[in-house]
Design a binder for this molecule. Structure first.
Ligand SMILES: Nc1nc2c(ncn2[C@@H]2O[C@H](COP(=O)(O)OP(=O)(O)OP(=O)(O)O)[C@@H](O)[C@H]2O)c(=O)[nH]1
Ligand SMILES: [Mg+2]
Length: 273
């Protein structure tokens, strides 16, 4: 049985409406009696489990040449990008998360077990950063998102309570026309009631309809919480679907290789306190 939101979209597609709507998955589906037994169930993908920190790049020349598939986690400062990477990797401090906005000041790359890469991007839109510094990062970010040829998909983090902001829409406007998929994680959902969550997702869907009147079917909206792990299995499935089979880890293991908090640019500088 498909997830509730996807089912609704399929029904809409059949009667000719909403052909290009983003797929909305509002809640994790509860198991039903029709589900196959746990033993017969295919393994669940955990594509970020076992990820290892590789390199921190503060400018384009420090990035490795494009090669293996790359997935970037983008979003406003403090949206929860690093926390989402940690939740998906089932680690507490693989990526450095902080209450202080603007902590991730470079592109931190993590290798998945197959070698595919995940990029934790610096947050945009943090007002307290000096304008010249902010312009520098943002140009680097914009350049990365719009020109990185190995970027196969984008995970965009937004605070579920605040919806899409102008800079988020600018990034999407850059990326969506390429046809590559986007997973929009409406995070910090633990801070909302059930009604609030539904309203948040509906409001984001309306924002997307307004921003992409011709449709953006490659955008999937998923409620998420790094605290309660709401949406983690769904996000894992979506991310796994973007990667070649070999890039998907099925086991649930802890490994070393956390992102260093201090050190030279090639080892996580600027990511730590
Ligand atoms: N309640 C709650 N707090 C969260 C969640 N995700 C992140 N946070 C908190 O939000 C703050 C920012 O999280 P980060 O993961 O560092 O955010 P970021 O987007 O990586 O921030 P920058 O790197 O500064 O752009 C931290 O205090 C996190 O603990 C969530 O799902 N629920
Ligand atoms: Mg961060």
């Amino acid at each position: 049985m498909p997830p509730r939101g996807a089912h609704k979209c399929a029904a809409q597609r059949r009667d000719g409406r909403a052909v290009n709507k983003p797929v909305i998955v509002t809640e994790s589906r509860r198991p039903s009696k029709d589900d196959v037994s746990p033993r017969a169930r295919p393994h669940k993908p955990h594509p970020l489990v076992g990820a290892q920190f590789v390199i921190g790049a503060a400018k384009a020349s420090q990035l490795p040449p494009p090669g293996v598939p790359e997935i970037a986690f983008a979003g406003r400062s403090n949206a929860g990008k690093s926390s989402a990477i940690n939740a998906l990797a089932n680690r507490t401090r693989l990526a450095y998360a902080s209450r202080t906005p603007g902590r991730t000041q470079q592109i931190n790359l993590f290798a998945l077990r197959s070698g595919a890469l995940v990029a934790d991007l610096p947050g945009y839109g943090y007002a307290a950063v000096a304008r010249s510094v902010k312009r520098g990062w943002q140009e680097f970010l914009w350049q990365y998102v719009s020109t990185r040829s190995s970027l196969v998909a984008l995970v965009m983090l937004i605070d579920a309570r605040h919806g899409l902001k102008e800079l988020d829409l600018e990034v999407l406007a850059q990326f969506v026309p390429s046809g590559r998929p986007v997973l929009l994680l409406a995070t910090k959902a633990d801070k909302l009631t059930t009604t609030g969550r539904r309203a948040a997702v509906a409001s984001v869907a309306t924002q997307l309809d307004d921003a992409f009147p011709f449709g953006a079917p490659q955008i999937t909206i998923q409620l998420f919480s790094a605290v309660t792990r709401l949406g983690v299995p769904e996000a894992e499935s979506t991310i796994a679907s973007w990667l070649p089979e070999a890039a998907i880890g099925a086991s649930w293991q802890n490994t070393d290789g956390e992102q260093a908090k201090k050190g030279p640019a090639t080892r996580g500088s600027g990511a730590g306190p």
